[in-house]
Design a protein around this ligand. Structure first.
Ligand code: ADP
Ligand code: ADP
Ligand code: ZN
Length: 217
């Protein structure tokens, strides 16, 4: 039995992965690792990785596998992942999933559970086009479903809220199609390995958290 516990959150863009990851990561004491957040930090810091990723992210396409895999390899080798991690947004292709499996076996870990947050497409569009993100801490809100206390300001750090460029209607549609083509096959991949746990992501944020924690316990 491998020692370290890795959990992969699966689901389309807008399913609530980031929202739920915050809750689960605290309860299970596992660091929350979001590939999208790492790319956005690199974009902000104008690193080489950020410059490379930008073109893909703006179009709603996936950043190439080799670049993404090496970024995650670096991140998972850090000391806060000594007991495992909660992965949000990675893997997103079968190649990434295969690479993760071999990387984890070299780190004496494995993917123990893959909660799949299931949400139909028409709901995703409304969620993504109404999403507001904190520029300072990355906290996510929704103008209708999960508004901040003060409009335009983060509840936690008072940072300014903004709408991500890739949350515009055209890019959202593209991202959902990219998900259906490239990421949806991972549902079968993890089901075949006996680790998939499906939850209904259309329920309230609080109910989805309860269902996820029950499924994981
Ligand atoms: P993902 O990380 O999967 O792309 P997010 O966690 O960023 O998704 O959520 C997308 C948007 O939907 C955010 O605006 C968030 O506040 C909102 N949201 C998340 N979960 C729910 C839910 N269960 N019901 C309604 N809105 C939700
Ligand atoms: P969401 O959860 O709303 O789909 P993310 O924040 O996870 O969005 O990702 C934003 C963008 O970052 C993606 O559209 C893609 O360009 C890039 N990205 C994030 N994770 C990956 C990944 N595992 N592989 C390739 N590209 C990724
Ligand atoms: Zn904030």
């Amino acid at each position: 039995m491998s020692l370290k516990t890795f959990i992969v959150l699966l689901g389309p863009p807008g399913a609530g992965k980031g929202t739920q990851a915050q809750v689960i990561s605290e309860k299970l004491k596992l660091p929350h690792i979001s590939s999208g957040d790492i790319f956005r930090e690199n974009l902000k810091g104008q690193t080489e990785l950020g410059k490379l990723a930008k073109g893909y992210m703006d179009k709603g396409e996936l950043v190439p596998d080799d670049v993404t895999i090496s970024m995650i390899r670096d991140r998972l080798s850090r000391s806060d992942c000594s007991t495992g991690a909660l992965l949000d947004g990675f893997p997103r292709t079968p190649t990434q999933a295969e690479a993760l499996a071999s990387l984890l076996s070299s780190l004496d870990g494995s993917v123990k559970a893959v909660p799949y947050i299931n949400v139909p497409e028409h709901i995703l569009i409304e969620r993504l086009t109404g999403r507001w993100t904190c520029r300072s801490c990355g906290q996510v809100y929704h103008e209708k479903f999960n508004p901040s206390k003060v409009q335009g300001k983060c509840d936690f750090c008072a940072g300014e809220l903004y709408q991500r460029d890739d949350d515009k209607a055209e890019t959202v549609t593209r991202r959902i199609h990219v998900y259906l083509e490239q990421t949806q096959p991972l549902i079968d991949f993890y089901q075949q390995r006996g680790v998939l746990l499906e939850v209904d992501g259309t329920l309230s944020i609080e109910q989805v958290s309860v269902d996820l924690l029950t499924a994981l316990s």
